[in-house]
Design a protein around this ligand. Structure first.
Ligand code: VGL
Ligand code: ZN
Length: 205
């Protein structure tokens, strides 16, 4: 097989994760225009884009009320679970749905599936993606878990520093997550440092 190409993963940019939502990430809405620009650049280079969404049932052990951590959020079919209205999701984007199982938290997009029911990792393999660029919400939960799983899958991972924001339940959680990701082998990029080529990508940060 030819050397793989890059893909973009936009993690959980949903109404409940931005200010005004049920589980707001401070400044979560600020990632939207930046991610729109990343999406345009990937599409212009002919590279695939993936959008994960948190998609919970009303009862799940993910929620505080049923033994978990969080207030109810991103409940299937509600407005809070919809992508942010200004997020540009191209028609050929692949939506990755996770968190639908009431028995698991599913922080990672790699616990999610395509609309056809295919696990995310398999879809990436079929698409020839070997380098995943990751942005979205939240740095210290779903971005962290997705990037760590991507590394475990043997993918090259670049975290998009200008397109992530964290919850910071404990102050410093997001910074610690980024340090952990670098330690695990991820690199980082911003719009200014991004260098994409058709069928391949590298960054210079
Ligand atoms: C997330 C907390 C709970 C996330 C999802 O998308 O980062 N965080 N569920
Ligand atoms: Zn959740």
């Amino acid at each position: 097989m030819a050397e793989g190409r890059a893909g973009l993963l936009v993690v959980d940019v949903q109404n409940d994760f931005v200010p005004g939502g049920a589980l707001p990430v401070p400044e979560g809405d600020r990632v939207v225009p930046v991610l729109n620009e990343y999406t345009r650049r990937f599409r212009a280079a002919g590279l695939p884009v993936y959008f994960s969404r948190d998609w919970h049932p009303e009862r799940t052990k993910h929620f505080k009320e049923y033994g978990g951590t969080w207030p109810p959020h991103c409940i299937q079919g509600t407005r809070g679970a919809e992508f942010h209205p200004e997020l540009e999701v191209p028609p050929d984007a692949v939506i990755i749905t996770k968190g639908a199982d009431p028995e698991e938290d599913a922080y990672s997009a790699f616990q999610g599936r395509t609309p056809e029911g295919e696990p995310f990792a398999e879809r990436l393999r079929r698409d020839g993606v070997t380098h995943l660029y990751v942005g979205g919400l939240a740095t210290d939960y779903c971005v962290r878990a997705s990037a760590l799983d991507a590394l475990k899958q043997g993918l090259r991972v670049t975290v998009l520093l200008d397109a992530v924001r964290g919850v910071d339940v404990q102050p410093g959680d997001s910074e610690r997550a980024l340090a952990e990701l670098r330690e695990a082998g991820a690199d980082t990029a911003t719009l200014d440092s991004l260098r994409l080529e058709e069928g391949a990508a590298q960054s210079t940060s």
